[in-house]
Design a protein. Structure first.
Length: 52
């Protein structure tokens, strides 16, 4: 089980669940470096494609 650091109750049983949650809930406005956010999103989208 993977749990967010803020312990808000979000629980992820697989890395894929965590990635899908990030894609649905994070936005570039949440980050100081929006370019790095976009790069991260592209990289985790590749992970989702490979793991399915």
């Amino acid at each position: 089980m993977i749990r967010k650091a803020d312990t808000s109750g979000e629980i992820f049983n697989t890395p894929g669940e965590l990635v899908r949650w990030i894609m649905a809930n994070w936005s570039s406005d949440d980050f100081q470096d929006q370019e790095q956010f976009e790069l991260m999103m592209k990289e985790i989208q590749v992970y989702i494609t490979i793991s399915q």
